[in-house]
Design a protein around this ligand. Sequence first.
Ligand SMILES: NC(=O)c1ccc[n+]([C@@H]2O[C@H](COP(=O)([O-])OP(=O)(O)OC[C@H]3O[C@@H](n4cnc5c(N)ncnc54)[C@H](OP(=O)(O)O)[C@@H]3O)[C@@H](O)[C@H]2O)c1
Length: 332
Amino acid sequence: MQSRYFTLRDYPNGAPPRELFELRQQALPALEEGEVRIRNRWLSVDPYMRGRMSGVKTYVAPFELNAPMEGAAIGEVVESRHARFKSGDKVRHMAGWRDVAQLKGDVIEPLPDMDVPDQAYLGVLGMPGMTAWTGLHRIANLREGDNVLVSAAGGAVGSLAVQLAKAKGGTVVGIAGAEDKLAWLEQHDVAAVSYRGKGARQLAADLEEACPEGYDVYFENVGGECLEAALDNLKVGACISLCGLISRYNSEAPDRGPGNLANLLVQRARMQGFVVSDHWTEYPHFLEEVGPRVARGEIDYEETVEEGLERTPDAFLKLFEGANRGKMLVRL
Ligand SMILES: NC(=O)c1ccc[n+]([C@@H]2O[C@H](COP(=O)([O-])OP(=O)(O)OC[C@H]3O[C@@H](n4cnc5c(N)ncnc54)[C@H](OP(=O)(O)O)[C@@H]3O)[C@@H](O)[C@H]2O)c1
């Protein structure tokens, strides 16, 4: 059987050009004892992958050049020499960016059994959903009535974060760029503030208007002007749950920090970065809490789907244009 997979030709400086991604093909060897062969059905593309294209070790190693790229994927076992898996089993694993994966059985997980579509385990009930839950409940220690601000609020992480925050009864405000995301937020009774075409001062004024009392929690996905504007609107004792800084991922020069960092001191606030994988032992707890709500249709999760393996780099690059609402996925 053949496997088609993407490789990275070089580490980009700035926005990655499409030509950087090369589609290759190889014949897979016969399965060894303990291995499983999987036909991938869904691939995840995520902003953190940009960090793996930088050639620098952060909390995860860079992609190896000219080698199969990796990422979360869901597929179906087509052949198994592992006692735990048989043909037809649905599984999740990290050998994405390809159509057929061959892996040791011990790095593959069976899909949980809930009444949700398979691809939900890459989005609302996968890593992004777990990130929203962790950032609010384990980093910010969200309380009843907290006013919460979320940036990239119409994306995979942000769209669950606003809904979990809403359930606590405080004012919830979402920052987003694309018009459809702003409309989606309004539909969910979340005040929507656009960041586009505004400087930090105007954005800060808009955030104040949306919630004059100020924010107890800022779920930060973006950085730059969003962070600066949020720092002007913190309540005393607020927490910034620092999840991501997507506005900086394609920067060619180092970021200058916000000019109003002193507000952290003035408001006796804290900012804590986190990486969701450090909290993964809590995944079953997250699933137990959020899974049934998703299955009952109480949580609205959106997906933006690109069709075909060839479109994987395009799907990834679209994350930086705001072209996805909810989770960006590739269907094979
Ligand atoms: N710490 C962790 O463990 C962890 C885990 C998962 C994700 N994250 C982080 O969480 C954030 C969201 O990830 P996600 O998977 O949910 O992605 P996403 O929000 O579904 O997609 C990215 C969104 O970011 C917005 N964006 C892109 N470039 C921007 C810019 N220059 N300025 C402002 N907004 C911009 C776009 O929406 P607009 O239409 O609003 O522009 C885009 O749709 C990312 O920063 C990611 O790195 C962190």
